[in-house]
Design a protein around this ligand. Sequence first.
Ligand code: AMP
Length: 127
Amino acid sequence: MAYVYDDQNIFAKILRAEIPNTTVYETEHTLAFRDIAPKAPDHVLVIPKGPYVTFDHFCQAASDEELTDFFRASGEVCKMIGAAADDTALGFRAITNAGQHGVQEVPHFHLHILSGRPLGRMVEATD
Ligand code: AMP
């Protein structure tokens, strides 16, 4: 199975600093920034810096170092925005959309972290 990465996607442009972003957290392999159209008071996107199209692509093709870095960074973001679901905070939702059925708009793998309000049920019925 082939994953074809389009290096003209908007997050690739953010990583090349061709367009601005509001960075929340950055490491060697990972960037976290605020979503331009937030769906909750806090809505952060966490992306690997490598050219991965979807979550499954990232899980299959990324190095152990990239995988660890990405998930540790995601944990830091939860702490930084006060969303960590420990006994002091109200929790969050982490979502990743992939492909056509997942309604993925930007073909660079990203994890949405949403918090700051009750988020409702996970998936609405479409039929
Ligand atoms: P998805 O549908 O999962 O691919 O989500 C793409 C997300 O990227 C949407 O929530 C958009 O609001 C967000 N987005 C698109 N362009 C930008 C941008 N330039 N900076 C930050 N977020 C963006």
